[in-house]
Design a protein around this ligand. Structure first.
Ligand SMILES: [Zn+2]
Ligand SMILES: [Zn+2]
Length: 170
């Protein structure tokens, strides 16, 4: 055994990080163009299946805001695509696009299946409240006006937030 150097161990088997990278890199890593949630499909190139994620996030987490204002976006993608609102597909777009037709807004939108519904994971409500200041400082925007955090979000406890993640995984 005394000749078994760390070097030899390293040579003889895959290191844990290599195994993880090998496994994880075969997943899809495409992010939702609105909230940046990562597609949960376990196959890297799964076309023609759409990208999807069980729970989207408030798009303010990804820096979305009302153009020309400091108002962060507080809405979940699932709420937005059910609404009659519209958005600027790119930061330099001059015209808006209806949320209901988001798939036509460009290649990064075309292959995402965002179900218009009212699903809002408690975890992300708690997250926005907990890290409000950090998000505001990072993006130099504010959760105010149209982007005001609904008051009931503040009553979500950390335990409830974690529990919502557990329920999602069941
Ligand atoms: Zn999203
Ligand atoms: Zn995907």
């Amino acid at each position: 055994m005394k000749t078994l150097s760390l070097y030899k161990i390293k040579k003889s088997r895959h290191m844990p990080d290599e195994i993880l990278i090998d496994q994880l890199c075969k997943c899809c890593w495409v992010k939702c163009p609105f909230c940046s949630a990562v597609c949960t499909n376990t196959i890297e190139d799964h076309s023609p299946d759409d990208h999807s994620v069980p729970f989207h996030r408030p798009s303010g987490i990804n820096g979305w805001h009302s153009k020309g204002t400091v108002e962060m976006s507080i809405n979940f993608c699932t709420t937005n695509v059910a609404s009659n609102g519209s958005f600027y597909p790119h930061y330099d777009s001059e015209t808006t696009f209806p949320y209901k037709q988001y798939r036509l807004a460009g290649p990064e939108y075309a292959n995402w299946r965002i179900t218009p519904d009212d699903s809002k994971l408690a975890y992300w409500k708690w997250f926005v409240c907990r890290f409000q200041k950090q998000l505001e400082d990072y993006y130099k925007k504010e959760f105010q006006g149209r982007g005001a955090i609904p008051s009931e979000w503040h009553s979500i406890t950390k335990d409830q937030a974690i529990q919502s993640l557990d329920e999602m995984c069941e």
